[in-house]
Design a protein around this ligand. Structure first.
Ligand code: SF4
Length: 482
């Protein structure tokens, strides 16, 4: 797990185009009968992609997408189990949603995703008004479950309220053949791998998403071609440990090479790679293919070998460091970001300083830094005492963030005066007169709109100013096109 960042706010699947065609299976083709589904997503990009998948399955069974929760007949809350805070928020949210159910009898509320897998008993105990609890490998059965729920209602068993629970993990399910209903945007996300086999001691994902399995290359290429035809310029390949992808004889480097052949796709990203699965072949492929962005999210977690061992990360810091050297030798302009956990059990002052030293040495373009907190169900929760005091964790995190902010500012400053090529994503948050977009190396750039430009275009931008996280500039047409 790495750059699969956890969103602070739920993401609604309301910008979808209603009644888009999708394919999701043969059974119950008209079961939805036009009923409206509202899908609210918490958590990482994998979850957003799963919501798009559920949207695709339900549309192909006669449902339509609700733009607001008020108009919904079915409300699905797609959840994340990585942090306890996110789970608490979901409990609060489903309690609020129960209010809609009371006002509109017949509304079905489902909790889907990692939390459904992780806390199914707690959900049915604490939120008895939840009608369905559905794990990440059961989405194909959603139309059947909704039909079963209808039958329950028809038999007037409301007083018995029997939630439908399906949290079976299925090591073969990759949702091949289903066309996700995508959010509007300039980047198309393609899930190429589900589950995780790494079992880092702090992480719940292998328990909530099951064993690692690759999606068939034919399915990935089908989705990538469909995205190109729909006008998407950028695709991001998604997996918990994306570069450990394997499908029969095809590895991740082969897959990247194949996606790079698709006309219309101009940028390819992937997230998140796992350090030990970064092969020389993959580095060579990235360096060779212009379409593959020169940016890697490379989660180190700690620079102490002792801590890495207890985390069961499967690499030493020397191996990690060598990979960075190899990647930079092949791609001198490569941007690298990382994830760090501060205050993992047993982390001494020396261990923490080793991580700070590594950050000074590697100079990550940015870092997602977190205080360790136990997750119920993980190996660490069961067997490794959380022995670093909260105050120490807090102080270390503060010190680390301050140092990384300084590094970010130093890395951004030399961009001033340079030309960068930016994929326009949309309006800047602060002004409708400005576009915001990303450079090849994943830097955020803001610049005034000019006539003839629109989201999805890649434009040359001269950088005039830089903060620690944003480049500010203006479009400069009289230069070579990207
Ligand atoms: S177990 Fe490790 S590699 Fe797998 S998702 Fe969790 S942190 Fe990532």
């Amino acid at each position: 797990m790495g750059q699969l960042q956890i969103a602070d706010a739920p993401i609604n699947l309301i910008d979808l185009i209603e009644n888009k065609k999708a394919t999701g299976g043969d059974a119950l083709p008209e079961a939805g009968n036009g009923r409206k589904v509202y899908i609210e997503t918490y958590g990482c990009q994998m979850n957003v992609a799963d919501s798009e998948l559920m949207g695709g399955i339900l549309l192909s069974h006669g449902y339509t997408i609700a733009r607001t929760v008020e108009e919904a007949d079915v409300i699905l809350v797609n959840t994340c189990a990585v942090r306890e805070k996110a789970e608490d928020r979901v409990f609060g949210r489903v309690a609020t949603l129960n209010g809609y159910k009371n006002r509109k009898p017949g509304v079905v509320i489902g909790v889907t995703g990692c939390m459904a897998e992780h806390l199914r008993d707690k959900i049915t105990d604490q939120a008895p008004y939840v009608d369905m609890v559905i794990g990440p490998d059961a989405y194909r059965r959603l139309p059947q479950m909704l039909a079963d729920k209808d039958q329950q209602e028809a038999k007037d068993k409301k007083d018995e309220h029997d939630p439908i629970i399906d949290v079976r993990l299925d090591r073969r399910e990759t949702y091949e053949g289903i066309t996700p209903v995508r959010e509007e945007g300039v980047t198309g996300w393609i899930t190429i791998q589900r589950g995780c086999d790494k079992f880092c001691t702090f992480c719940i994902v292998p328990y909530t998403r099951g064993r690692e399995r690759g999606v068939a290359p034919r399915e990935i290429l089908r989705q990538a071609r469909a995205l190109a035809e729909a006008g998407y310029k950028e695709v991001t390949l998604l997996g918990q440990t994306v570069n450990s992808y394997k499908y029969e004889g095809v590895d991740f480097a082969d897959l990247l090479t194949a996606v790079a052949q698709i006309d219309g796709i101009e940028r390819i990203r992937f997230t998140s790679p796992y350090p030990v699965d970064f092969t020389p072949k993959l580095i060579e492929t990235m360096a060779r293919e212009d379409k593959i962005c020169k940016y890697i999210h490379f989660p180190v977690q700690s620079a102490s070998n002792e801590v890495l061992k207890v985390m069961r990360r499967g690499y030493t810091i020397e191996e990690f460091r060598q990979l960075v050297v190899d990647m930079r030798a092949a791609m001198p302009d490569l941007a690298i970001s990382t994830d760090i956990i501060v205050g993992f059990p047993g982390e001494s002052d020396e261990d923490f300083q080793a991580t700070m030293d590594l950050m000074r040495e590697i100079r990550f373009d940015f870092a997602y830094m977190f205080k360790y907190s136990e997750r119920e169900g993980t190996f660490a929760h069961k067997r490794i005492p959380d022995d670093v005091p909260e105050a120490v964790k807090g102080a270390r995190l503060k010190e680390m963030i301050a140092m990384q902010e300084g590094i970010c500012a130093e890395i951004m400053k030399p961009h001033i005066g340079k030309l960068v090529h930016v994929l326009i994503q949309g309006n800047s948050r602060k002004s409708d007169d400005d576009w915001v977009g990303r450079t090849d190396t994943f830097k955020t750039a803001i610049f005034p709109k000019v006539e003839g430009t629109e989201p999805g275009q890649i434009v040359p931008v001269r950088v005039l100013k830089a903060t620690s996280h944003t480049l500010v500039g203006e479009i400069e047409w009289n230069c070579s096109k990207p």
